[in-house]
Structures are given as structure tokens and as C-alpha cells.
Ligand binder design. Sequence first.
Ligand SMILES: *Cc1c(COP(=O)(O)O)cnc(C)c1O
Length: 372
Amino acid sequence: MNVPLLDLKSQYAGIKQDIQMVLEEVCAEQSFILGAHVQKLEQTLASYIGTDHAIGVASGSDALLLSLMEIGIQPGDRVVTVPFTFFASAGVISRLHARPVFVDVTSDTFNLDPTRLADILTHDVKAILPVHLFGQCADMETIIRIADEQGIPVIEDACQAIGAARNGVQAGAFGRTGCFSFFPSKNLGGFGDGGLIATRDPLVAERLQLLRVHGSRSEYHHHLIGMNSRLDALQAAILQVKFQHLAQWTAKRQAHAASYQQLFHACNLDERLTLPIVASGNSHVYNQFTIRTPQRDELSAYLTQHGIGNRIYYPVPLHLQECYQALGYHKGDFPVSEQLSQEVLSLPIYPELTPDQLQYVVDTIKNFFDRH
Ligand SMILES: *Cc1c(COP(=O)(O)O)cnc(C)c1O
């Protein structure tokens, strides 16, 4: 049996007719930049996320970058984020010649550990950028409380967490802005790059709308120094079709996660591997289903050998990346992130997985531990 890590072709087969229709529509219109399709998607997602405003941009990375630009992050400013995440969370900080200041994550949710936050909030910290990793929210109540006490804005990296919620609030609706990615492997993925910024603040929304078009309020009159970062009409039209299925796809991911939990518990592997832990109050959307085991590399090779897609998100924590040597961090600075990078392994969790495939993944992992 073959179980890929993700199967976008089977997803496409189910929505092909609807997608072809909107592609035809946009092609007939020959209007590709911003416009009505983008506006409609922005309204749809703002109301879904529960912010009044949403701004379509060219990628999740740009959503983060523009959010930092909107705050006015300057060279030399410090911005707090986590070392256990995709590179973009910190890369955008460096792009503005600001300095990423890392704070370790918790070993259960893999998200920013707020108990370590207060100590590093010096006066030159100008933003906090928590990540909702793998589809589960960070402890936003605590993070926002600490940030508010110091008057520091919070930018959420919700790129992996569209539809996730915490105590009734959606990912992306807690902070000054919430940043989303439509990279094809995300829970709501386009046919290429795309991103979105959600915000409750109309003034922030207005500035972001300018920043994505070179700061231009009316053509060739530039109010701010921005950049070119827009969501394509084609992507917006495709995403509008796919959004109609998001709730159902998310429910399937959650059902698969529940099946994994049940099947793994029946195997008595509790001492060999750790399953995902959902923090109280959280609704997890499982962009990834990530287990932990000290025998990670052997298990990964074994799964690959048996036709099961698997991937290490992420093998090198950001403070130990070559390009960040100049920040002066060392091995041992963030022990939780470092241990996770040695032990995590993501398994197939996409909506179209069948019960047989799930069973095969669990059986194969059971066989591995029986032999090793
Ligand atoms: C995907 C992702 C991004 C970047 O999104 P792109 O659309 O690929 O630029 C940023 N942060 C996290 C945590 C991501 O998973």
C-alpha cells in the first residue's frame, strides 16, 4: 500500500468542475490583479476568522513582512519569535534589518512558552510574533496579557492554522494582525503562492491596503513606502471554491487524528512515542499530525521504505541555522526546540485518507517498534 504525505490530486478530482468554471470566468474577464474576486475572498475570510478586515497578499511570508512594516519596525529593533517554526517567521524580521529574539517553546504544544516571555521583553522589543504551529493556537490569552502590559503589538503567524480556535476565538483574531498562507500544502491551499492578513483594526487594514500597492492611495501618488504584494484574482477565485469545503476537510483531518489516537493507544506504544497533545481550550486543525520518538530517523526511513510519506518539520531550529550564526546563539540555548528538532515526525493526515491507509500507517509503526 502507498500512503503519500499529502494527496492534492485526489482533492482536485472532487472539485475539478467548479475550479474549471471559475478559471474560465477569470480568463474571460482578463482582469488579474486584485479586483472583485479578491474582495469577495477577503470578505468571506474576514467574516470566517471574525475580524472585520482581511487583506489578500502574495504569500504568508509577505503577510508577516507587511504586518511588521505596518507597525514601523526599524533596523535594530527586536522582535520576539520562536526557534521551532518555518524559517519565514524569523526571516521577515531580518529582512527589515531588525533582530529576531528567540524564546523557547513548550514540549506539549510546540508553541511559544509564555512563562519565558516576560524576562526578555526589554524596551527595544517592538513586536511579539507567536506561531500557531501545525494547526494549534499558542497560549494567546497569556501572550496578549503580557504584551498589553508592555504596550507591545502581537502579530500572529497563523499560516498553518486557518480555522483553528482557542476558547472560541479564531486563530488570527487575537493580535493586531493574523497572517495566513495559501501555499498549496496548507489547509486552504491555492494553485501557487498566496497569503492574507486579518485584522480587527480599520486603520491597520487601511495601512496594509496601501503597503501592498507601494503605499499608493491614488495612482502614482505614494503615501507610504510599501511593496508589490497582491493576491492574484485567479488564486482568489480558486480559494473561494476551496473555502466552501474547508469546514468539511478540517472535520476529516480531526477525525483522522482521533482515529490515530485510538489506534495508537491500542498498540501500547506510550513509552516509545508521544502523540500530539491538544491544550485545553484549543480546537486543533491538524495541518500536520506530528509524533515524537527518540528513534525518529530510523522510523522515518522505515516508513519511507514501506511506502508511507513522512517528513521532519523542522530538523534545524532557527537559532542554529547557518545564516543566523551572527545572532550569537549556541547549542543548548533553547533545549526544548533542539530536542523537538531531533524527535518530531509528521505523518499523513490529509482529508482524503482512507481508514485502510490509516490502519496501515499505524500497523507499520507498530511493526517498527516490535523490531527495534
Ligand atoms: C507556510 C508558512 C509560512 C510562509 O508562508 P508562505 O506562503 O510559504 O510564504 C510562514 N510561517 C509558517 C509557520 C508557515 O507554515
